[in-house]
Design a protein. Structure first.
Length: 309
């Protein structure tokens, strides 16, 4: 019986011993950090010192200098800054931006085959979309999330407006053009071992006149429309994240980037006439980089257009 009691008491004594050792170590450390003029009271050699017998802690104990905190993560540059050392930085998957140039880049690929002799005409409704949406009628497909593209454009110093809408209330269908900061959209890819850059509108051609969208667009351009927020019962979200209309051509009404001249996607309202330009569009599967940047000042000296002007 005495042996059992002794064993059951051992953990308590061990714990007290550890506490005593810890207190002694703390007191010794405190003594070492004081100035030479300060001499703490000697600790009692008693094997069971009580906490109240410990020397009183000074009102303002001497503390070692706090360590230098690590440098915080560098935030994205000010969207309006003109830093000469600004570089493209990845801010979201497949999206990079350069604040000083008011520019973002998006990774994508060509999802359609405009070089198939059996199906030479690929009609278009959008210029860029996300997977599982409109990739059979678009020039570029990207895994970049449209709402992330929206955020990157904000970081690049661009201001959104509103997508175009169709007013069906009157006797005639009325087009209400999109608004927002004017932007230039270009594409870059490798063809024949060389990097080729071009306006994305060069990849769009009229099926009847064979003129590119660039050639027929003296005043029309892209704008940062900013899509819309949809609400259905207890669910809401960024429209372009659902319908995939990242960069529009025809007007669905949820485009992040919209074309100012409105074309109706309903073939019953307007006959489709924009097709992929096989002379310019790379082969299906080709990697493409889309660049979206603030529209430069026009040659007539006027500011870059905004709000669909």
């Amino acid at each position: 019986m005495d042996t059992k009691r002794a064993l059951s008491a051992s953990p308590g004594r061990t714990a007290r011993t550890l506490v005593i050792a810890t207190l002694a170590a703390v007191l010794f450390a405190c003594a070492q950090t004081q100035t030479p003029a300060f001499k703490p009271a000697a600790t009692s050699p008693s094997p069971s010192p009580q906490p109240q017998d410990a020397p009183k802690t000074p009102t303002k104990p001497v503390q070692p200098a706090p360590p230098t905190p690590p440098a915080p993560a560098t935030p994205p540059p000010n969207p309006t800054s003109d830093s000469p050392h600004a570089t493209l930085k990845e801010v979201f998957p497949h999206i990079r931006f350069d604040a000083s140039r008011h520019l973002i880049e998006i990774d994508g690929s060509v999802p359609i085959d405009a070089h198939n002799e059996r199906t030479p005409r690929v009609y278009l409704e959008v210029c860029a979309c996300i997977p599982d949406t409109k990739e059979h009628e678009t020039l570029v497909m990207t895994k970049a999330v449209p709402s992330n593209v929206h955020a990157a454009l904000l970081l690049a110093g661009l201001q959104p407006g509103k997508p175009g809408t169709w007013d069906w209330s009157g006797e005639k269908l009325k087009a209400i053009p999109p608004t927002g900061d004017g932007v230039k959209v270009t594409v870059s890819c490798t063809k024949g071992g060389k990097t080729v850059d071009a306006p994305i509108t060069d990849w769009v051609i009229d099926a009847q006149t064979h003129k590119t969208l660039t050639q027929v667009s003296e005043t029309d351009h892209f704008v940062f429309a900013g899509s819309t927020i949809f609400k259905k019962k207890d669910r809401e979200g960024y429209t372009a994240d659902i319908d995939g209309t990242l960069i529009g051509l025809t007007t669905f009404g949820g485009e992040t980037i919209a074309w100012t001249h409105m074309y109706n996607p309903d073939s019953g309202v307007e006959t489709p006439h924009w097709i992929a330009n096989a002379d310019k569009l790379p082969m299906v599967g080709t990697s493409v980089v889309i660049r979206i940047e603030r529209l430069e000042e026009r040659k007539d000296g006027k500011d870059a257009p905004r709000s669909g002007q």
